[in-house]
Design a protein around this ligand. Sequence first.
Ligand SMILES: [Zn+2]
Length: 88
Amino acid sequence: MSAGWASCWISSALTAARQREWGGTDTEGRAMRVVECNFCGEVLSAANDDELAQEVRRHMDDQHADASIDEQRARDMVERGAYSATDS
Ligand SMILES: [Zn+2]
């Protein structure tokens, strides 16, 4: 009777373990994309340029809302200023 519930639980536990791997120890030594904030110099980093642009937008909304950086400006900042760094 409980077999269906158990196999469902096991498969979601496996999925959770897999997601932990993605965000966890497996990233050691992998290159990150990094850009410094034009305004405060804070270093923002992400796995790729797309995510980095999102990170820049989030930072701008949080810290420099009056600069009104839109998505295009955020992408420009990434294209001009981003460099690769090893996350270690
Ligand atoms: Zn900033």
